[in-house]
Design a protein around this ligand. Structure first.
Ligand code: BEZ
Ligand code: FE
Length: 309
């Protein structure tokens, strides 16, 4: 219940009466889950309005903000997802639906840059596809929570280039910095990518202005996105983050989990590489990420959304 210390008992009565009437207006909702959601939303919304004594100008400002978010949203730009991400709502929904099960790898936000139709690469292939950045060797295994290797698991991987941009943020429509591959018969996978670097979430719209007004940075900690799927196992959407990144504690969308922070080993130029690729003039990094998938029957939420950035 809202704390409304400054109001008279008559005023409190007026406000509480309205809450009761609005709640009752949903009493006949045929779908019980929709009824629960709408009545809880009304309770929390009215509590919020009453607790902060929301002014009419502030409510109008909120409507204007949401209108601007609607106007900037297109098939390629989803401002409401950014708002959800920046408020921690995406991450909290992920937490609620992906309770840590046994030793399964933890999930984190999908973000707006996953797109269907990535190219397939073989084990040891290069998902960078010409995108600029420092070469990065990523390897690991996929197992279930009993430690059995998962052969043929599908891994989708996607990341920004060293300029902080995903391929879909360029106007020319090229595909780079994204791919899918499958684990081999022993559950192993390996590929080349780009050492992740920090980049800002799109901040040229209302969400960016909100971040600015609240003295928050739009930067995300450096990361690579993974989506792992295998029959009978729970789909995992996650990232790996870079140990030592100064943004680990200040990720704009609250996506960092300690278990997902990995040690990157930087190799001097000329160091022989795992797949015989010779990088004479360039440093490169390597990381290991072993993925553990929960059984589909273990508690958890639904499939991730596929959003075109
Ligand atoms: C991303 O990691 O790609 C991302 C996540 C949330 C908002 C914007 C970008
Ligand atoms: Fe990302």
């Amino acid at each position: 219940m809202a704390t409304t210390p400054a109001v008279s008992s008559r005023q409190r009565q007026v406000e509480e009466d309205l809450v009761r009437i609005v709640l009752a207006s949903f009493d006949d909702t045929p779908d019980p889950r929709l009824k629960e959601l709408m009545q809880a939303l009304v309770r929390y919304l009215h509590d919020f309005i009453r607790e902060v004594r929301l002014t009419e100008a502030e409510w109008q400002h909120t409507i204007d903000f949401l209108t601007a978010a609607g106007h900037i949203t297109t098939d390629h730009r989803q401002e409401f997802v950014l708002l959800s991400d920046a408020l921690g709502a995406s991450m909290q929904t992920m937490n609620v639906n992906h309770e840590a099960t046994a030793c399964a790898t933890e999930a984190t936000v999908v973000g707006p840059f996953f797109v269907e139709g990535s190219p397939e690469i073989p084990t040891g292939g290069d998902m960078a596809a010409g995108a600029p950045g420092e070469p990065w060797w990523v390897e690991g295994t996929v197992t279930d929570t009993d430690g059995n290797p998962v052969a043929g698991a599908r891994l989708e991987v996607w990341e920004a280039d060293e300029k902080g941009l995903y391929d879909v943020q360029y106007a020319d429509g090229h595909l780079a910095g994204r791919a899918h591959l499958y684990t081999d018969s022993t559950g192993r996978y390996a590929f080349w990518g780009l050492t992740p670097t920090p980049y800002p979430i799109p901040h040229d719209g209302p969400v960016g202005r909100l971040l600015d007004k609240t003295a928050r940075s739009p930067l995300r900690a450096s990361h690579l996105h993974f989506m792992a799927t295998a029959p009978g196992l729970r789909t995992l959407v996650t990232h790996i983050f870079v140990e030592g990144d100064h943004l680990l504690g200040a990720d704009a969308v609250f996506g960092v989990k300690d278990s997902l922070v990995k040690r990157f080993e930087r190799q001097p130029a000329g160091t022989p590489t795992p797949e015989g690729r010779y990088l004479a003039d360039q440093t490169w990094t390597r990381v290991r990420f072993d993925i553990v998938l929960a059984k589909a029957s273990q508690a958890g939420g639904g499939e991730p959304r596929a959003i075109h950035a």
